[in-house]
Design a binder for this molecule. Structure first.
Ligand SMILES: [Zn+2]
Length: 326
C-alpha cells in the first residue's frame, strides 16, 4: 500500500478501501474482506516499520504518518490537535502549507511548541521537488520494500525491557520537565544527528560545543558544556566525580538512592538539567543566546528551590531543601 505497488489488489484498496484516508486512520467496516481486516489489525505493529520520507508533502498524511521524529502527530498532540493547529484531520503534509511556508496556528502547548521547533529546522515541502516516499525500516536496515527475515528479527519475543516511566512521571514533578525527559528518553528530540538521519541536509555538530555530532547522549551527557552543568549539579548531591557516559547510566543513577541524594531529588535534578540543557541548545540555535554552564546551573538551582518550597508539606519532600542546599 505504501511502496507504490502497481498490483491490481493494491490499486483497488487504495481507491475503494482508503479513498483518500490514511491506512493508519481508516476504520474497519462490516463489508471488508477477511484479508483486509487482518491487515487493519496489524497496523500497530506495522507502524513501527514504515517510515515516511517527506518530499513535496502531497502523499504523506499530516496527522497519521510518522514523518517527524515526534511520531504520529495525532498521538503526540491528541484529538484536539487538528483544531488547535487548524490543519484538517485527513490533510496531507502539503495541505498544511501556503505558497510561502508552513501555515499552522501559533503553538498553545509544549507539544505544539516542539512541533514548531522541528518544522523551523526542515525545508518546507512546498519548495521540494521530490515526491514523498516510504521505506521499510528495521533495526538493521532501511529498504524500499518489506523484508520478512529482518522484520521477524525485530518482532520475535525477547526478555522484558526495563521501563523508565516511573523515573519520568512522578508525583511532584514539573510537567514541562517530565515531558522533555519523556521525549529525550525515547530519543525523539530533534537533535541535529537525528534530523540528519532523516535525510535532512543540515550541519550535525553539537550546538553547545560545535565539535562532536549532536546525538542525544552527546548533547545531554558527554558534551563538555553539559558535563560542566552536571558537575555543578551532582557536587550539590555529594557526588562530585559522578558523570554519565550513556543514557542507561543516567537512568540507573536516577533509580538509585542514598541519604544525601534520595531518588526524588535525583529525578528533580536530572529532569531540570535535561530541560535547561535542551532549552539552552535551542536558544543558541534559534536566538544566538549563549549562557555559561554556571548560569544554566543557577537556573536549575532556582527551579529546584522553588519546586521543593512549593511542595514542602508533602511527605516525600520533607528535608529535601536541606539535602539540596548542603
Ligand atoms: Zn557538544
Amino acid at each position: 500500500m505504501f511502496s507504490q505497488s502497481e498490483s491490481l489488489w493494491a490499486e483497488w484498496h487504495r481507491k475503494y478501501s482508503l479513498n483518500g484516508i490514511s491506512l493508519w486512520a481508516v476504520q474497519e467496516s462490516l463489508s471488508d474482506s477477511w484479508a483486509w481486516k487482518q491487515i487493519l489489525k496489524l497496523r500497530p505493529e506495522g507502524r513501527n516499520f514504515i517510515k515516511p520520507i517527506l518530499g513535496n508533502g502531497q502523499k504523506i498524511s499530516f496527522w497519521f504518518d510518522s514523518w517527524t521524529p515526534l511520531g504520529q502527530l495525532i498521538q503526540f498532540l491528541g484529538q484536539a490537535g487538528p483544531r488547535q493547529l487548524q490543519v484538517q484531520l485527513h490533510a496531507s503534509g502539503s495541505a498544511a502549507c501556503s505558497n510561502t511556508g508552513w501555515c499552522i496556528a501559533s503553538p498553545r502547548s509544549d507539544e505544539a511548541m516542539e512541533l514548531h521547533t522541528f518544522l523551523t529546522s526542515i525545508p518546507c515541502p512546498v519548495f521540494a521537488e521530490a515526491t514523498d516516499s516510504y521505506v521499510w525500516t528495521t533495526s538493521t536496515c532501511e529498504e524500499p520494500r518489506f523484508n520478512a527475515t529482518k522484520t521477524w528479527q525485530d518482532l520475535r519475543p525477547r526478555g522484558p525491557t526495563l521501563t523508565a516511566s516511573d523515573l519520568i512521571w512522578f508525583k511532584g514533578g514539573i510537567p514541562r520537565n517530565n515531558f522533555t525527559m519523556w521525549v529525550a528518553n525515547a530519543d525523539r528530540l530533534p537533535t541535529r544527528a537525528r534530523l540528519a538521519s532523516w535525510g535532512l541536509q543540515i550541519p550535525t555538530q553539537c550546538c553547545l560545543c560545535s565539535i562532536s555530532s549532536e546525538t542525544r547522549d552527546h548533547l545531554f551527557l558527554t558534551c563538555q558544556f553539559s558535563m560542566a552543568v552536571w558537575r555543578l549539579s551532582v557536587t550539590r548531591l555529594g557526588e562530585p566525580n559522578r558523570l554519565f557516559c550513556s543514557w542507561a547510566e543516567l537512568l540507573s543513577w536516577i533509580r538509585g538512592t542514598s541519604t544525601a541524594a534520595p531518588s526524588i531529588l535525583r529525578k528533580l535534578v536530572a529532569q531540570a538539567a535535561v530541560y535547561h540543557l535542551w532549552k539552552q541548545r535551542n536558544n543558541v540555535l534559534h536566538n544566538q543566546i549563549v549562557l555559561s554552564p554556571d548560569a544554566i546551573f543557577r537556573l536549575i538551582d532556582k527551579e529546584l528551590k522553588n519546586t521543593i518550597n512549593a511542595r514542602s508539606k508533602r511527605k516525600q519532600f520533607l528535608n529535601l531543601m536541606s539535602k539540596w542546599m548542603s
